[in-house]
Design a protein around this ligand. Sequence first.
Ligand SMILES: [Mg+2]
Length: 352
Amino acid sequence: MAFVSSSGRITRHVISRLRAGLPLIGNIRMINHRPNHNTEQLDKDFSGTRLGIKEITKNNSEDFLSRYDSIFLDCDGVLWRTDHVTPIPGIPAVMQKLRDLGKQILFVTNNSILSRDQWYQKYLKYDFDPGKMEDIFCVAYATAVYLRDVLKITGYVYNVGSVGMERELTLAGIKNMGAGEDPEKPSPYVKDLLNMTFRNDVQAVVIGFDEFFNYTKLYKAASYLTDPACHFVSASSIGFGTGVMIGPNRLQPFTGPIVSAVKTVSKREPILIGKPGYHMFECIKSTHPKIDTSRCLMIGDSITADVGFAKSTGMDSAFVLSGSGTFDHVKQNPHLVPDFYMDSLVELNYDS
Ligand SMILES: [Mg+2]
């Protein structure tokens, strides 16, 4: 007995047995036709909803899209897979479709590795039109804008982040140091630690994704933060961006654990810039002051970051299943139920 039809929809057999409280009989693996979704598929109903959330498909996406002028797109897990590399078939065509429809496309990502010009080049590499540079809102850029315009930093920033972050800080006119490998060798000895180099004009410690993060950087960041006047700014928040499974028994840490380590040692609370925080939206509004949130849609694969961002800004949200997010995350965050869901962004290409 098949539990899902050839189109991937759950069969009447399953629905009727579940409603009657009867066990399923047959090959249970057929339910798991899509990796990572597991038994969540059982929540899907004939009404085109799952956990009460309306599904968007090519059959209804034309009408759906007519409700929105501006489309906010998360990147990892939406425009390509969460490994940052594997393409999602059909993305170039659907992006062209959105352009042809005259939609305003804004890229909004918590990935702090790249600067805006690096994101621009990446979009070109994945074969779609990036539009204008000013429509790319990566968290490295948003962080630099916040330091320049809100905190009005005039001294140095200690950057526990990427070269992309370094580039955005520099473009914003902010003096900074710290990106890349720290030349001072980690040591547990007080004598060595006291001999390490420090500036006396550091006004902020910024945390982003930093593959060179180590004990020396933790020591320096925490030491700068002993000055209460030194700001503690995080591109990502502690509860989000913790890590993702990249293979069997392989868990890649993201920015969250680095923020968490600095927070633990310094006993300071960071200012959070990325989604779902409001600072990212303020950054967007400073470029697009006339944006009408009632005509905006946020599309992303993270319930906490993307749907949370939509909730905090008052726009609609669509959850895509092409990334790391699952319906289990919806169940774990009942205050962050998305307005819609779709298998992938490709569902918006209704003519194909
Ligand atoms: Mg994502």
